[in-house]
Design a protein around this ligand. Structure first.
Ligand code: AMP
Length: 218
């Protein structure tokens, strides 16, 4: 079975880290809308300049903008290759748009994982998170340190802290998540696709928990 998954869950629960590892292990494409948007802001494109301030404030970019980025990626993908949508959809409207895109392409989701963690865990993870400025690989100062301090294991580029991982923005991001994205948990539950993961534990345990469920889907 080709895995086509959606990852929900508050910022800092570990979606990106788990998605990166699963995509490597199962040869899936990771489609992270946050990462795609950061590439645009990093390159200073017209789109990047338009969304920069919104992202830095911890609010959501317009549904149509992210949906277009996702549609372009899914179109390139072909039918045989699976994917993890990491951070999309984030609103009920985006979920509807996604259904439309997948229908057009003749594809179906086979799971929506809600990666959950307590506020305490989230704050600890976000404040210690660093990522590679070039390839996007995610680290944590304490929990997932790089082999050489401040440098990416994969491409040796400098590790950076995201602008929106600062304490004052984290609060807004959590509020935005609870208001706009948490309702999607029920949405996917009603579709029979929801799997909830308690991601408060160690990264490897969390990944193992997801793998166990994937074993049943496959
Ligand atoms: P992330 O890397 O997933 O934490 O996303 C970082 C930021 O990018 C979010 O706080 C939003 O401003 C924006 N973003 C990412 N994905 C979406 C989405 N699906 N809908 C709206 N905004 C998004």
């Amino acid at each position: 079975m080709v895995l086509r998954l959606v990852f929900l869950g508050p910022p800092g629960a570990g979606k990106g880290t788990i998605a990166q590892r699963l995509c490597e292990a199962h040869k899936l494409l990771q489609i992270s809308t946050g990462e795609l948007l950061r590439e645009e802001t990093g390159r200073g494109t017209e789109l990047g300049n338009k969304v920069k301030a919104i992202m830095e404030s911890g609010q959501y970019v317009e549904d149509e903008i992210v949906a277009e980025l996702v549609e372009n990626k899914l179109k390139e993908l072909g039918e045989e290759k699976g994917f993890i949508l990491d951070g999309f959809p984030r609103t009920i409207k985006q979920a509807g748009i996604l259904e439309g895109i997948l229908n057009k392409l003749g594809l179906k989701l086979n799971g929506a994982f809600d990666i959950e963690a307590s506020d305490e865990t989230i704050i600890e993870r976000l404040s210690g998170r660093r990522s590679c400025g070039k390839c996007g690989k995610i680290y944590h100062l304490k929990n997932i340190p790089p082999k050489e301090e401040g440098k990416c294991d994969k491409c040796s580029s400098v590790l950076v802290q995201r602008n929106d991982d600062k304490p004052e923005v984290i609060k807004t991001r959590l509020e935005t998540y609870r208001e706009k994205t948490a309702p999607l948990v029920k949405y996917y539950e009603e579709k029979g696709l929801l799997k909830v993961i308690d991601a408060n534990g160690k990264v490897n345990e969390n990944i193992q928990n997801v793998e166990t469920i994937l074993g049943v889907i496959e």
